[in-house]
Write a protein that binds this ligand. Structure first.
Ligand code: UFG
Length: 341
């Protein structure tokens, strides 16, 4: 019998891509989402891509403990992947209580209700933000975490700690935290992708919206960083590659192959790319000119961070495969799909 995986936040950007990869790997999936920062677009896209009309969708808020308990009793869940969270760094600075309350409560409820229902496997979606401004790059999982620079980042650190402590305390519970670098792009079908509300905070949605004419001009934040071309360096990872890492991690948990009951993996490519390089690659691969200008640094941005993904490569048997060019072409195809072009 196939194992069932609960994907909280399964209608979101990462959650929808992970749902596709899980289904294609033979897992049963239950999608749960409150649609606070998503709509049915990506859920419908997932059904189209997989040809599965019957993927259970539960509309609920994980801050509601009773609803969370009901979910775990309605479905026998073998593993949960927890994405449901608020994710805007700037908003978290303005509204810290909203972020702490939502991101912590929902995760605590998942652990509590899951445990009561006998679900022993929890995968948490963490972020490279936990490393802050690292002293050395690339970062390994042993690179010390730095004090978080935003309430959002702090919730990622706190949820990692909650998972570690829970695994330590509750016998039989296993946890994996995946630390994502910068997920970009869209599914090659262009049926699912990122759906930013309002003005995008992240670079690639801003690029594609500028290219399609929704935004006038991209601002490149800072050209005076101590990097080869003066712009920041990041590890941009294709969303489908990133989604696949979850399948490998879930399999490792469910097959009982974890070496420790709590494990952490960087999910990145190991390849630093500057903002300017990314913009140039986008123009080249999609054969267009982007309207951009240099602007002052954005407060809170780190100069350079990229992953050492060796641990995930060796232990999960996973590796990022797609090139930046392929990924940027997929991001553009998705933007055009949204525009009906
Ligand atoms: N950038 C621009 N112009 C824009 C948007 C971004 O130049 O309009 C630059 C940023 O300055 C940065 C790079 O593009 O150098 C990437 O920025 P993103 O906002 O796309 O990504 P970040 O690396 O800032 O964000 C990541 C994760 C967050 C996490 C954050 C921590 O996406 O989840 O790191 O700072 F919280």
């Amino acid at each position: 019998m196939s194992k069932r995986v609960l994907v909280s936040g399964g209608a979101g950007f990462i959650g929808s891509h992970v749902t596709v990869e899980l289904i294609e790997a033979g897992y049963d999936v239950v999608v749960a989402d409150d649609f606070s920062n998503s709509d049915r677009t990506c859920y419908d896209g997932v059904r189209k891509i997989t040809g599965r009309e019957d993927i259970p969708l539960v509309e609920m808020d994980f801050c509601d403990l009773e609803a969370t308990r009901k979910l775990f009793s309605d479905y026998a869940i073998d593993a949960v992947i927890h994405f449901a969270a608020f994710k805007a760094v700037g908003e978290s600075v303005a509204e810290p209580v909203k972020y702490y309350s939502n991101n912590l409560t929902s995760f605590l409820n998942v652990i509590q209700a899951g445990r009561a229902a006998g679900c022993k496997n929890i995968l948490f979606s963490s972020s490279a933000t936990v490393y802050g401004e690292p002293d050395t790059v690339p970062v390994t999982e042993k690179t010390p975490r730095k004090p978080a620079t935003s309430p959002y980042g702090n919730t990622k650190q706190m949820c990692e700690d909650i998972l570690r402590d829970s695994v330590l305390a509750y016998k039989g519970l296993r946890g994996i935290a995946l630390r994502y670098f910068n997920p970009i792009g869209a599914h090659p079908s262009a049926l699912i992708g990122e759906l930013p509300r309002g003005v995008p905070n992240n670079l690639v949605p801003f690029i594609t919206q500028t290219a399609i004419g929704k935004r006038e001009c991209l601002s490149i934040f800072g050209d005076d960083y101590p990097t080869p071309d003066g712009t920041c360096l990041r590890d941009y990872i294709d969303i489908v590659d990133l989604a696949k890492a979850h399948v490998y991690a879930v399999r490792r948990m469910l097959d009982g192959r974890m070496e420790e009951d709590y494990e952490i993996f960087n999910v990145g490519t190991g390849r630093p790319v500057s903002v300017l390089e990314l913009v140039n690659a986008f123009e080249k691969v999609n054969n267009l000119k982007l309207n951009y200008k240099f602007a002052p640094r954005r407060p809170g941005d780190v100069t350079a961070i990229w992953a050492d993904p060796t641990l995930a490569n060796e232990k999960l048997g996973w590796k990022a495969e797609r090139t930046v060019e392929q990924t940027l072409a997929s991001a553009w195809a998705w933007e055009k799909h949204l525009a009906g072009k």
